[in-house]
Design a protein around this ligand. Structure first.
Ligand code: DAH
Length: 354
């Protein structure tokens, strides 16, 4: 092949390279260029026949120039194509999140929401805040002193039988436990109030409690209470009854009332159980309320002077009341949940009703 022909060949190959749409096409052009029968290699082979050394060297340089031009054109086009191909693959692999979001209306994806117990707790907090209470929380792991002893339940006291307690094994037997009620917060808050001389107190304390109970329709081993604590000067049992009645009507509705029945709790004297109108039969009498028209919700009473003594408050100067009741029980009554175990089973068909 003459030099002119070789230049034509180079022009043809470069034009072909420019038209290549895919790196696969370039591979084909490149291997043809390197093949034994390629015009460039053929020209190189023909060099041996040129006898004039000067001429042969000059020709050799030109042939190399042609070969380099082809190689450079292929490399340049390869770079262009791979940039284009990379962009195309990015565009096709990209997730269009706006599409997923905007299709939510036709595609059945539902938003989650708070559990009915959390919602109940929030509503109860709202009621107590509206009545002038402050909301506080406390530890779920307690010592025997806070959970029992300071609440006038010394070791061996028969009333400890009311609480099937989960103890933690930290070396010394029966000293640290999962709180069986929210009442230990009474002691924490009274101690704090004494330390910073911040009496009076009007506090509501929601939180989780633990008892060694087998789950059944009305009990869970892990459950929730709200504790109420009011300490001021001249507080009477009438104030306690008024707060319970106001809270009952505010949370359950104006046709649901409360009543107090004498009971015993070591940390209050006098003590009472408080009951509310059965929310299932609205007081008519049904199976849920054993035909009485009333359902027990919690305990309450005037703070026992022994509790004031335990934290160093003068019971002749201050008086107060406390109450405690189940949040899960409130949810059960308000929403007519037959079996409390549904609250912990996490069956979406149940959760979605609230
Ligand atoms: N802590 C009691 C319980 O869980 C309920 C209770 C009764 C709380 C009387 C009180 C109270 O604050 O005064 O069984």
């Amino acid at each position: 092949m003459s030099e002119i022909d070789l230049q034509d060949h180079v022009d043809l190959v470069i034009a072909e390279v420019a038209r290549a749409e895919h790196s696969r096409d370039l591979d084909a052009i490149e291997s043809a260029h390197k093949a034994k029968n390629s015009p460039v290699l053929a020209a190189r082979r023909a060099l041996g026949a040129v006898t004039d050394e000067e001429q042969r060297r000059e020709l050799g340089r030109r042939i190399q120039g042609c070969s380099d031009a082809i190689t450079a054109a292929i490399a340049a086009r390869r770079e262009e194509l791979s940039a284009i191909e990379r962009e195309a693959s990015l565009a096709s692999d990209a997730l269009d999140l706006t599409e997923v979001l905007s299709s939510a209306g036709s595609f059945p994806s539902r938003r989650g929401h708070a559990h009915v117990v959390s919602k109940t707790r929030a509503s109860l907090e709202d009621v107590f805040v509206a009545m002038g209470f402050t909301i506080k929380e406390g530890p779920e792991v307690e010592t025997d002193w806070y959970n029992f002893e300071a609440l006038n339940l010394p070791p061996g006291h028969p009333a400890r039988d009311m609480y099937d307690t989960m103890y933690l094994d930290l070396g010394e037997a029966e000293t640290v436990l999962m709180r069986t009620h929210t009442s230990p917060m009474q002691i924490h808050l009274l101690e704090e109030a004494v330390a910073d001389q911040s009496l009076p107190l009007h506090v509501a304390i929601p939180g989780r409690c633990y008892r060694l109970d087998t789950p059944d329709a009305r009990h869970l081993p892990v459950f929730h209470q709200v504790e109420g604590l009011v300490v001021d000067k001249g507080i009477t049992f009438g104030d306690l009854a008024g707060v319970i009645e106001t809270f009952t009507a505010a949370y359950f509705g104006p046709d649901i009332h409360s009543r107090l029945r004498p009971a015993y709790f070591p940390f209050t004297e006098p003590s009472a159980e408080f009951e509310i109108t059965c929310t299932i039969c609205r007081g008519e009498g049904c199976r849920t309320c054993s035909k009485t028209g009333w359902i027990e919700l919690g305990g309450c009473g005037m703070i026992d002077p022994a509790v004031f003594d335990a934290v160093g408050i003068d019971a002749t100067e201050w008086s107060g009341f406390a109450f405690g009741f189940g949040i899960d029980r409130c949810a059960q009554m308000r929403h007519s949940i037959a079996d409390m175990r549904a609250l912990i089973e996490n069956d979406l068909r149940f959760s979605r009703q609230f």
